[in-house]
Design a protein around this ligand. Structure first.
Ligand SMILES: NC(=O)c1ccc[n+]([C@@H]2O[C@H](COP(=O)([O-])OP(=O)(O)OC[C@H]3O[C@@H](n4cnc5c(N)ncnc54)[C@H](OP(=O)(O)O)[C@@H]3O)[C@@H](O)[C@H]2O)c1
Length: 270
């Protein structure tokens, strides 16, 4: 079952204390809007992002321990790469949490973090699995109409959860509530396929010509857009989505069929 809704109505406007683990490009992008909305942000990451954080108004911790014991978090947002998620999760000192907390992930695959979070989080933690279906490029002019997928996996504190979702709802996101499994099925057909075609075009080194058609311009745009993302992100879409391999096979088969149809036509006409 999936439910799609669009709404701009506000619920609570009380600011949240949000701790971010993994302060890469996507977390930085999200942080700007969260700060604009008045939330209090704290971050920790493998690399030192303290300079950028001080510019943004985010308190940065180089170490996980002080990050955890120094603040009372409403939400812990995990935004590490898909490939490092398990390792990062296993290094979290959960015993330092000062109160039951909502854990949110934003990984572009969903069954995998759902399963791991349920395995390792303390029993009293709430779990919200999400995938904002946009990034720094597609969301650079605002989030109006962009899809935000989520599954409320284990929620006891509805108020905190709804205040977190409100961050996206109030920006005009199209809120899509969907089970993680269904997300992965659909994402393998859409996002993984898009990234794969973009990377195939990059492998072929396609470039604009002096006589581009609109169709070819679209291909060049796709290639340029897709390769802005890290290879870690792309390979994570494959390694941790059990539906992706089949889509890769479907693509190979489809290419083979298209080629065969052409060869048959050539035989017919010669
Ligand atoms: N980019 C998008 O448009 C987009 C959209 C929706 C969802 N997402 C999801 O958001 C998450 C972050 O994406 P991203 O675009 O920021 O880039 P990414 O390459 O997927 O992840 C970068 C982050 O992962 C951390 N990281 C990588 N390897 C690590 C390791 N071995 N140990 C600890 N930390 C490690 C990096 O830490 P340091 O920077 O500290 O080195 C950085 O915080 C991903 O799960 C992605 O699927 C991305």
């Amino acid at each position: 079952m999936s439910e799609t809704e669009t709404s701009n109505t506000s619920s609570s406007s009380i600011p949240l204390n949000i701790g971010i683990i993994g302060f890469g490009p996507f977390a930085q992008f999200l942080a700007k809007t969260m700060i604009k909305q008045g939330h209090f942000l704290f971050a920790t990451s493998r690399s030192d992002h303290s300079q950028l954080c001080s510019q943004l108004g985010v308190q940065f911790y180089k170490d996980m321990n002080p990050f955890f014991y120094s603040n009372n978090y409403d939400v812990i947002l995990i935004s590490t790469s898909i490939l490092s998620f398990s390792q990062v999760l296993s290094s979290i000192p959960f015993h330092l949490l000062r109160k039951p907390t909502l854990f949110v992930d934003v990984l572009s695959v969903k069954e995998y973090p759902r399963q791991l979070l349920l395995q390792v989080l303390p029993e009293e933690a709430d779990v919200l699995c999400t995938h904002p279906m946009f990034g720094p490029e597609s969301g650079k002019n605002g989030w109006e109409g962009l899809a935000f997928m989520y599954e409320k996996v284990q929620i006891r504190d509805e108020d905190i959860c709804s205040r977190f979702l409100q961050i996206f709802r109030s920006e005009g996101c199209r809120m899509v509530e969907m089970p993680c499994e269904e997300h992965d099925k659909q994402a393998a057909r859409s996002q993984f396929l898009t990234h794969t075609i973009g990377r195939v075009l990059a492998q072929m080194d396609i470039k604009s010509t002096s006589m581009d058609t609109k169709g070819f311009e679209t291909l060049v745009y796709l290639k340029n857009d897709v390769i802005k993302n890290s290879f870690d992100l792309y390979s994570g879409l494959f390694v941790h989505n059990r539906f992706a391999e089949q889509e890769l096979k479907n693509l190979e088969l489809a290419l083979e069929t298209v080629k065969q149809n052409l060869l048959n036509k050539m035989d017919e006409t010669t």
